[in-house]
Design a protein around this ligand. Structure first.
Ligand code: HMG
Ligand code: MG
Length: 301
């Protein structure tokens, strides 16, 4: 097999992880946690989102969090932004990178951001243009690429159309989201087979949720297809509140275990990730779903 020699892990725990917890963490705990993550060797952390606080109350303190963390050189600090109002705050906080998002499913897009896909494009275009003019890089997410909780299977032509629009706007990379964790390795291979006819592997990242336990298998299928950038969340925290059935992201600790064992470099220190996982578990009061953290917890307890 032709696996890549190194992989970039994009940690989305402070955003995707914390947007779906039962309890709301204090601003200080979020800041402490992100500061710990900055010392793990991760080169990319999505620290929060600047969405409407009524829609995602758990991240209502995004500005305080983004302004309160200690930045480490070499780490890219990103934030999810739905519109110009969110961008203003992200620029005020001076994050390094803006993530825009849209769904391949019309219904999920409506439920998630209250707009049709066609009405979302000009909004994202405005955000992207302004962010680039402010010297920020912009990443695009496409949700429900592998299936939608409302519409079921999503055709690849819809995904291709959105990719085209996002790249035209100026995003440098698209993260393909399996929002509700329905993807299988076969489907991943098929989707990537099509997309890689149009776009380079370097311009794509994968964003798996582990709802049905297929996330690592999907990572392996992606690696074999040539992808080397993966979004994950420490301990497997996460999920989209506007996608019924969505559960945690692919866990950073499980991903790291597999990549290390496969001798694929990440630059991330597993022990430090475990400590950060135990920290957030104590603060949320919810047992983490990742396999690796459970093992470490049993050893430590
Ligand atoms: P809306 O109600 O249609 O907004 O919500 P609007 O544009 O009509 O404005 C209504 C009011 O909200 C106005 O205030 C705006 O200023 C204000 P008023 O004038 O009435 O006082 N407003 C804002 N306030 C704060 N921050 C903002 C903002 N924008 C408008 N950014 C909106 C539209 C997009 C705001 C809303 O639907 C929203 O915030 N949705 C976010 C939902 C969300 O965060 N979902 C989870 C993230 S996506 C995900 O998890 C998937 C992903 O992980 C990939 C995967 O797994 O596949 C990325
Ligand atoms: Mg997600």
């Amino acid at each position: 097999m032709n696996w890549p020699k190194s992989v970039t892990i994009k940690e989305v725990g402070p955003r995707d992880g914390l947007q779906n917890t039962k309890s709301v963490l204090s601003t200080n705990d979020k800041i402490n946690w992100i500061n710990q993550l900055s010392q793990t060797g991760l080169s990319y952390i999505e620290i929060t989102s600047f969405v409407h606080p009524k829609w995602i109350p758990m991240l209502a303190d995004s500005l305080e969090v983004a302004k309160g963390i200690s930045r480490v050189d070499g780490v890219t600090y990103a934030a999810l932004v739905p519109n110009k109002r969110g961008l203003e705050k992200a620029l005020d906080a001076n994050v390094d990178e803006i993530s825009v998002f849209i769904s391949a499913s019309e219904t999920h897009n409506e439920r998630n951001i209250n707009k049709s896909i066609s009405h979302t494009f000009p909004i994202l275009q405005g955000v992207t243009q302004e962010a680039i003019a402010s010297h920020k890089t912009v990443r695009g997410y496409i949700s429900t690429v592998f299936g939608c909780p409302y519409e079921g299977k999503i055709s690849i032509s819809k995904v291709l159309h959105i990719c085209e629009k996002l790249f035209e706007m100026g995003v440098y990379e698209i993260s393909l989201g399996d929002t509700i964790g329905v993807a299988t390795p076969k489907q991943v291979e098929q989707v990537l087979d099509t997309l890689l006819d149009y776009y380079s592997a370097d311009s794509l990242a994968m964003h798996f949720h582990n709802t049905r336990g297929t996330a690592l298998a999907n990572v392996n299928a992606s690696l074999i297809s040539g992808i080397s950038k993966f979004d994950s969340s420490i301990g497997g925290l996460g999920g989209c509140p506007y996608a019924p059935g969505a559960s945690g992201n692919l866990a950073t600790d499980d991903l790291l275990y597999m990549l290390e064992a496969m001798e694929i470099e990440t630059g991330v220190n597993k022990n430090k990730i475990h400590r950060a996982a135990l920290f957030i578990q104590e603060k949320t009061g919810e047992p983490l779903s990742s396999h690796d953290s459970k093992i470490v917890r049993n050893v430590l307890e």
